[in-house]
Ligand binder design. Structure first.
Ligand code: NAP
Ligand code: G4F
Length: 344
């Protein structure tokens, strides 16, 4: 039986990856941060099947300990301060976790079990001010946030340990992937949660930032399969994982509202743009400068050809299904919230 160690197991991707590895018969270990209230995040439903180890990406000793306990054959480094906007507010913490944390994990592996296979969660944010369309493994990087800069360090240190120490270390350059488990501050979940609340009459409108920003959005469940595939290859390498489709935030909003039977009509431009419910004329989307970023990544579009060819990776969940799954899930959650509030 193979042993896997997942950092960031309580997050979106960590939870889907843990499910996948359990299905495949792995002994799954996950690192968790100590909190004042124990919180299993997205893995509460499988907590009895996973071995949890208290550790932190900024503490090398705790990661060495996690390696000693788990004796992991495969290490998936998914832990990160992953919210781009916060990286301007906490640039040092972001660098400690997302950059130096990767070196900590690689050193822990080198100390305890250097033959382990290592996956690093790299990101399309490294392309930032994109230098070509679409982006591939060969596209030059130009990060636009402290998060992107920190992740670029993580990407290169992974490559460097592969070349310096012959470690089986891979980076997945994953484009945006979302799900029913996505944190509510990310734009997709913020939208689907708001759509559910507006539809069910407990919120009037949603305030968003840059409506013209374009992202290549897939489903997390498809993307964790690619992580696993990378660690099963003969040789370690880096791969872009994306859908090769890009859409604006505005299109995401339209698709989500359409699914609950609300047609949005757009009026005005820039910060004055509003989305109107065509049926009753009420404002359901506003733009608020507060959600704009100091430097923006205007467009991302990834070409996953190498992953298609070498990993035989295929995306199974198309864009519309991603949105409808998220909206349906939020409709159920909000309906349940309303039911509980009415019982009080
Ligand atoms: P997420 O939901 O925000 O999960 C992040 C995880 O990291 C959480 O489990 C969090 O634990 C943990 N963590 C944060 N700081 C830590 C620390 N100091 N020590 C230990 N654990 C820590 O992120 P995600 O969407 O699943 O993404 C997974 C990884 O892929 C991240 O590295 C992200 O940067 C990268 N990525 C994501 C995307 C995407 O579109 N989702 C695309 C490309 C790359 P707590 O529960 O304690 O907060
Ligand atoms: O959902 P977002 O916050 O995701 P972002 O910045 O693309 O980052 C995510 O994807 C990366 C991969 O490319 C990951 F590495 C990273 O960890 C994270 O998972 O924002 C998406 C876009 C941005 O252009 C943002 O400016 O949506 C725009 N946006 C417009 N209004 C908004 C909002 N973003 C947020 N979070 N909230 C808004 O109200």
């Amino acid at each position: 039986m193979k042993h896997a160690l997942i950092t960031g197991i309580t997050g979106q991707d960590g939870s889907y990856l843990a499910e996948l590895l359990l299905e495949k018969g792995y002994e799954v270990y996950g690192i968790m941060r100590r909190k004042s209230v124990v919180d299993y995040g997205n893995v509460g439903h499988i907590k009895d099947k996973v071995h949890f180890i208290y550790a932190d990406m900024t503490d090398l000793v705790s990661l060495v300990n996690a390696m000693r306990i788990s004796q992991a054959d495969e290490v998936y480094n998914l832990a990160a301060q992953s919210f781009v906007a916060t990286s301007w507010e906490q640039p040092i913490a972001t660098a400690d976790i997302d950059a130096i944390g990767v070196t900590n994990m690689l050193e822990a592996i080198r100390t305890v079990k250097p033959e382990s296979h290592f996956y690093q969660a790299s990101t399309s944010e490294m392309f930032g001010l994109v230098q070509e369309m679409p982006q591939t493994e060969k596209t030059p990087f130009y990060p636009r946030s402290p998060y992107g800069v920190a992740k670029l360090y993580g990407h290169w240190i992974t490559k460097n340990y592969r070349e310096s120490y012959d470690m089986f270390a891979c980076s997945g350059i994953l484009f945006n992937h979302e799900s029913e488990r996505r944190g509510k501050e990310f734009v997709t979940r913020k939208i689907t949660d708001a759509v559910a609340r507006i539809k069910l009459g407990v919120q009037d409108y949603v305030e968003l930032g840059n409506m013209d920003s374009k992202r290549d959005w897939g489903h997390s469940k498809d993307y964790v399969r690619a992580m696993w595939l990378m660690l099963q290859q003969e040789k370690p390498d880096d791969y872009v994982i994306a859908t090769n489709e890009t859409r604006t935030v505005r299109e995401f909003v339209e698709t989500a509202f359409t699914h609950v039977g609300i047609k949005v009509e757009w009026r005005g431009y820039g910060v004055d743009e509003v989305g109107i419910n065509k049926e009753n004329g009420s404002i359901i989307v506003k733009v608020n400068k507060q959600f704009f970023r100091p430097a923006e990544v205007d467009v991302l579009l990834g070409n996953p050809k190498k992953a298609d060819t070498e990993l035989k990776w295929v995306r199974e969940i198309p864009f519309r299904e991603l949105v409808t799954r998220m909206v349906d899930n939020d409709m159920s959650l909000v309906a349940e919230e309303i039911k509980i509030a009415n019982l009080k």
